[in-house]
Design a protein around this ligand. Structure first.
Ligand code: LHQ
Length: 264
């Protein structure tokens, strides 16, 4: 199934949904009209219970160049409220991706700059093509990192590296992203698409309910002390332990075969 939009493309093949930003002539910059399309596509993915992995990527040579900078007349005398755009569009998108009920892969096929970099960070797993890079480009245009960058980065790479990434606003090559733990894996450009497909297929065949609970627990860990986190793990395990996938997992282990998880 392929859904038609103006600025994005949604394709569902089996249990994997691929959502591609599709304005390659602007390196997939996000315009105001992209946001409602993204919301609609994410609604569709979430409503389709057969879909068990979401891949977010970009068409053409880029992943995403962030906010469309040609959209706003910054020189006009009317003051721009960039906070409103975050409040209405970017922040709900980042919250939604970070808590999406199925595993999410950012398939970073090329440049990911500004909010484009941070939207990738909001996904569960980053896979990067060797030629790709992340750039916290904000300082270059006199802005502050947004779309969750100031939350994700220090947790991923430590405060000092996060500061350097944001203040110098340099391009961080894929291999450095992998070395710092931002990207899970880097693949040569020629095999990138097939590796993304392989990784997505693995997650789409996994125990979706247990994945969701694991994500929730990991995301909650930053605000919890050990005792509260142990309580959360107990509750999560209680829920996972009553799932059909748990029964299947143990049966498969005993029968020395691969499990056939249904996601529930
Ligand atoms: C673009 C863009 C773009 C429009 C490339 N817009 N056209 C901000 C404000 C409000 C609220 C919410 O939050 C935000 C968050 C943000 O995301 S702010 C940060 C926005 N992004 C950036 O600052 C990055 C801007 N882009 C770049 O620095 C470069 O294009 C990168 C480093 C991504 C790639 O460089 P190159 O490979 O050299 O490509 P290019 O610069 O030649 O771009 C190709 C075309 O794409 C070009 O158009 P043209 O007509 O000249 O061929 C660019 O103008 C266009 N483009 N990014 N964000």
């Amino acid at each position: 199934m392929t859904a038609k939009y103006e600025n994005i493309r949604l394709e569902v093949a089996g249990s994997v949904a691929t959502l591609a930003l599709a304005r390659p002539e602007r390196l997939n910059a996000i315009s105001a009209s992209t946001h409602p399309e993204l919301r609609d596509a994410l609604d569709k993915v979430e409503a389709d219970k057969n879909v068990r992995c979401l891949v977010l990527t970009g068409e053409g040579r880029a992943f995403c160049s962030g906010q469309d900078l040609s959209e706003r007349n910054v020189a006009s005398s009317a003051k721009l409220d960039l906070g409103a755009s975050l409040e209405t569009n970017y922040n709900p998108l980042v919250r939604r991706l970070a808590s999406f009920p199925i595993p999410t892969i950012a398939a970073v096929n090329g440049p990911a700059a500004g909010a484009g970099a941070n939207i990738a960070l909001a996904c569960d797993i980053l896979l990067m093509a060797r030629s790709a890079y992340l750039q916290e480009a904000f300082a270059r245009i006199g802005l502050v990192p947004d779309a969750g960058g100031t939350w994700f980065l220090p947790r991923l790479v430590g405060l000092k590296r996060a500061l350097a990434m944001c203040l110098f606003a340099d391009r961080i090559p894929a291999e450095d992203c992998e070395r710092m733990g931002i990207a899970w894996k880097v693949f040569d450009d020629e095999i990138f698409a097939s590796e993304v497909a392989k990784h997505a297929a693995i997650l789409a065949a996994g125990p979706t309910l247990a994945y969701r609970l694991a994500k929730q627990a990991l995301m909650a860990s930053g605000a919890n002390d050990l005792s509260a986190q142990l309580d959360l793990e107990r509750d999560s395990q209680r829920e996972a332990g009553s799932s059909r996938d748990f029964i299947e997992g143990v049966m498969a282990f005993r029968e020395k075969r691969l499990p056939r998880f249904q996601g529930e």
